[in-house]
Structure formats: structure tokens, C-alpha cells
Design a protein around this ligand. Structure first.
Ligand SMILES: *Cc1c(COP(=O)(O)O)cnc(C)c1O
Length: 494
């Protein structure tokens, strides 16, 4: 089946309906279910040879039994045509069932939501180099925990520690499954049954049940809230310090901004206080960029290097947000603290797979040549797509989509605003371009129905409905995918 024909029916009425028995040509008489061929006879029929070769006997027999049962029911109800009983027709029905079952449930989609790092759509896309590194690491044994020099057992994150230190200026580094795990590990190991001081303005909820106070409780640490929601001063931290203080913590307010009458304490000030009282300062950077994004006129986001340079003892950040790599939680900082984290059994429970390490090493290596990042790192490439290019793309696609949707809908090319997503730079929006679809006046086109039809395409198209408009932001539709996108649009035709 071709892409174009597979889903042509999505906007039409739903396929074949059960036919009333009276109108059926040559029906099987009720009670004559015996005319239905046997499993053995069918399996030996020519029509089944290819099916057996493709899917194997186990699946074919199971699907065939289910299909014959449904034919039997139809026969008893007097709603079975003789034409449904040939080997070819039965084989085709079984083939459809098995092909549907074989289709992966985890599938590529077109992300036209306008959110580049969309958590629900898998966040950062990996560069080619990283994909190849993962494939290599999966198809041959690798020195995952094996030191090639000594021939002894090695550290799992040994392969990326050097690179992470080089890129961030930190003395040591380790990696776990995601940033939530990094924060959990840090708090459990360094602050169990002790106190962690956090400004009331930084008690974040990230979504997907990551709430700082909850993670604290889970880690057995006692949260000491400092200051007020909008204003926290250095003396507030100083007053809260005591013999049970384990960490001074700063959390990047990834997905909100507090503005107006505000005051927060800088990292440098907090480090001064921490040093004076020998209490380490930890920073959850959230997205944590490895390069200064303003060099490409993108909004500013604190870099890991400057956070380390400002004196943070530990910094945690995500691998699949602005860094543009695989899902991972990176911890960089003081060697003695990292060594403690590494020794803890919880680290073992949160350890990363070889896929992650292979991908992470390849992505980090790209940062050694920052001048090529805009071509090589998909996240950055998408964030930097030129509005003129997206505008031309929208102008080209508008008539195609309009023709496919017919007069029930009105398609316009329109400027829109994308966001970085995943809590990076929440209030900054990037000008982009796309298609805005509205239901035509007096027609019965429904945006929800159209949205569902787009999601039912072979490669589902995910847009966003707001203000009685379906917005299809073209920022994440790159040239390489345009041909497939076009073909699918033609298949939508009513
Ligand atoms: C995103 C984020 C997290 C969670 O990171 P994951 O990698 O999704 O687990 C934690 N803290 C902050 C500040 C974040 O922005």
C-alpha cells in the first residue's frame, strides 16, 4: 500500500458498512456456516503462501481464527455474502489485520506545534553523528564499564566526563537518566535528613509531577523556604543558615518569570555566603546551555560554564533540552561531591544506558566546534530557521492544503510565534511562519475533525487549536521532509 492510498478515507465516511441482508447478492443462508472454509484448507491455499512467509504461522493462524469467527457470526445473522468466502478475500482481510498489528506504536510525527523542544513529542532531535554512534554502540560490544588502558573495570560515565569538564570548566562530572533524577540524587546524597535553603521565588513545578518540594521530601531533605515569592535578599539566606544546613540551592525558574517589584540574590552573592559558612551551593539550571545563545541573536540563557565559573559547587541540567542531545541528567562540579554521588546506590538505580552515553558523547563533541553547531545540531538549526524561508514554505503549501481540504475550510499563510519549549526561556517567543486553518463560514468543516484527520495520517501531523484556528507552525518542517508532507496532503482530499 502506498502512503497516498493508505489513509485516503480519513475525511470520508468510515469505510464499508454492514450491508442489510435483503440487498446482498448471493448471501450464505443463516445456519449454513459450514460453507466457511476450514483453517487447514485456507492455510494450504495459494493466497496464504505469501502471508505465511511474511508473518509466520503463529500470527497467521491466530488472525485467521478470529476472522473466521467473525464470518460465522455474520453467517448466523444472515449478513454474509458468498464473495467473502474465497481464499483471496480472506487472505486480504487477514493481511490487513496483521499489517495494522505490525505497525509500530511509537511513530515519527510532524511537529507543527510551534514548540521546538516538545516534551510530548520527544524533545531534541539527535544529529546524524549521534544516531550513528548509537547504532555502533548497539551492534557491537563496547567499553562501557571497562578501562581499556588497565584492562580493569571502568566508570560508566568515564567516556564523557572529560568532554563535559572541558566544555563547562568543571572539575568533575557524572550523568544519570534525566535532570529530575540528577536533582533527586544530589539531594538524597548531600542533604538527606538535613536542610536545603531555596528562595520562595524558585519553588518550581516543571510538569509531569516534578515539583521541587516533592522531590525534596522524596530525597529525605528538609526544604527551608527563604524570602518572599517576589523578593529574596542575601540576609534572608544568612538568617536561615544553621547547623543542619546541607545545601544552598538556586533553581532556574524555567517555565515562568516573576516580574514587577522583584529582587533575587545573584549566584555570586550566594557563593560568597556559602563559602563563609562552608555550605555548598547547588544550581538546578534546567535547560543549561553549553554556549551563549546571544551569539546567534537568540534570547539569553545562563550557560553551564558561567555558572561553574561563578562558583557553584554542583550544577545539574538536562541532556535533551537546549543542549540538543539524548534524555539525560548531567551533574558537573566539585570532584569530592561528584565522587560521593557516584558511590551512592541510588546512582546505580538511575544510571544511563549505553545508547545514552553513545549519543551524548557524539553531541558533546559537536560543541568543540561551535562555529558549525548551527548546521550540525538540529535543535539549534530549528531555533535559527529564517522567517523568510518559513514564509516561502507557507506560501507554497497554502494552495496545496487548501485544495486538499476543499471549501469547508479556509487556509491562510500567517506569521506566528514559536517557542523553545521544555521550560527554556518561557516568555521569549520566536517569530515564525505557518498555516492558519479556519472553518469556512456556513460550511460544516470542524477543526477538531480536521485535527483528528491530520493525526490519522501515515505520519501524523500535530498542530495546535486556539482561537477557533488550527495553527500549523512550519518551523520544524525541514526541507528533507517536505516531499512526504506534500504527498500526505494530497491523500487528505475529501
Ligand atoms: C526541565 C527541568 C527539570 C527536569 O528535567 P528533566 O530532564 O525533564 O528530568 C528540572 N529542573 C528544571 C529547572 C527544569 O527546567
Amino acid at each position: 500500500m502506498t502512503l497516498a492510498t493508505e489513509h485516503v478515507n480519513v475525511l470520508r465516511t468510515n469505510g464499508a458498512r454492514a450491508m442489510p441482508a435483503a440487498k446482498m447478492r448471493n448471501p450464505v443462508e443463516p445456519g449454513h456456516a459450514a460453507e466457511i472454509p476450514s483453517v487447514d484448507r485456507l492455510l494450504n491455499a495459494r493466497a496464504f503462501h505469501a502471508l505465511l512467509a511474511r508473518h509466520g504461522r503463529t500470527q497467521v493462524v491466530a488472525a485467521l481464527r478470529t476472522h473466521l469467527d467473525s464470518l460465522r457470526h455474520a453467517a448466523l445473522a444472515g449478513a454474509l455474502a458468498r464473495a467473502s468466502l474465497t481464499g483471496e478475500v480472506i487472505a486480504a482481510a487477514v493481511d490487513t489485520t496483521l499489517a495494522e498489528a505490525a505497525r509500530p506504536r511509537l511513530r515519527p510525527v510532524f511537529n507543527l506545534t510551534g514548540t521546538v523542544l516538545h516534551t510530548g513529542l520527544g524533545r531534541a532531535l539527535l544529529p546524524e553523528e549521534a544516531v550513528r554512534a548509537v547504532a555502533r554502540a548497539l551492534s557491537a560490544p563496547v567499553n562501557l564499564e571497562f578501562d581499556l588502558q588497565s584492562g580493569r573495570r571502568g566508570e560508566r560515565d568515564g567516556v564523557i566526563e572529560g568532554l563535559l569538564c572541558e566544555l563547562t570548566g568543571a572539575a568533575a562530572a557524572t550523568v544519570v537518566n534525566n535532570n529530575a533524577a540528577a536533582v533527586l540524587l544530589m539531594l538524597s546524597v548531600l542533604a538527606n535528613r538535613r536542610e536545603v535553603l531555596v528562595s520562595r521565588g524558585e519553588l518550581i513545578e516543571i510538569g509531569g509531577s516534578f515539583r521541587l518540594p516533592d522531590i525534596m521530601r522524596r530525597a529525605g531533605a528538609k526544604l527551608v523556604e527563604v524570602g518572599a515569592t517576589n523578593r529574596t535578599h542575601l540576609p534572608d539566606y544568612a538568617a536561615a543558615l544553621g547547623p543542619r544546613s546541607a545545601l544552598l540551592m538556586k533553581v532556574h525558574t524555567s517555565n515562568y518569570a516573576i516580574c514587577g517589584f522583584t529582587k533575587s540574590v545573584t549566584l555570586a552573592e550566594l557563593v560568597g555566603l556559602g563559602r563563609a559558612h562552608a555550605v555548598p551551593v547547588a544550581v538546578d539550571l534546567g535547560s543549561g546551555s553549553l554556549v551563549d545563545l546571544t551569539r546567534w541573536q537568540l534570547p539569553r540563557e545562563p550557560t553551564v560554564r558561567e555558572t561553574v565559573a561563578a562558583g557553584a559547587d554542583l550544577v545539574t541540567f538536562s541532556g535533551d533540552k537546549l543542549l540538543g542531545g539524548p534524555q539525560a541528567g548531567l551533574l558537573v562540579g566539585r570532584a569530592d561531591l561528584i565522587a560521593k554521588l557516584r558511590k551512592d546506590p541510588l546512582r546505580r538505580a538511575l544510571r544511563v544506558s549505553k545508547f545514552t552515553l553513545a549519543a551524548l558523547e557524539a553531541v558533546l563533541a559537536l560543541y568543540r566546534a561551535p562555529e558549525f553547531l548551527t548546521e550540525r545540531l538540529p535543535t539549534l538549526r530549528l531555533l535559527l530557521r529564517s522567517p523568510a524561508h518559513m514564509r516561502a514554505q507557507a506560501a507554497r503549501l497554502r494552495p496545496l492544503l487548501q485544495r486538499s481540504l476543499g471549501e469547508a475550510y479556509q487556509v491562510a499563510d500567517a506569521p506566528m510565534l514559536s517557542q523553545i519549549g521544555s521550560g527554556a526561556l518561557p516568555i521569549e517567543q520566536l517569530p515564525s511562519y505557518g498555516l492558519a486553518v479556519r472553518a469556512a463560514r456556513g460550511k460544516r468543516g470542524s477543526l477538531e475533525r480536521l485535527d483528528a484527520a491530520l493525526r490519522a495520517l501515515p505520519r501524523p501531523v500535530i498542530g495546535r487549536i486556539a482561537e477557533k484556528t488550527l495553527w500549523l507552525d512550519l518551523r520544524c518542517l525541514e526541507a528533507a521532509d517536505e516531499a512526504l508532507f506534500d504527498t500526505q496532503l494530497a491523500a487528505l482530499r475529501p
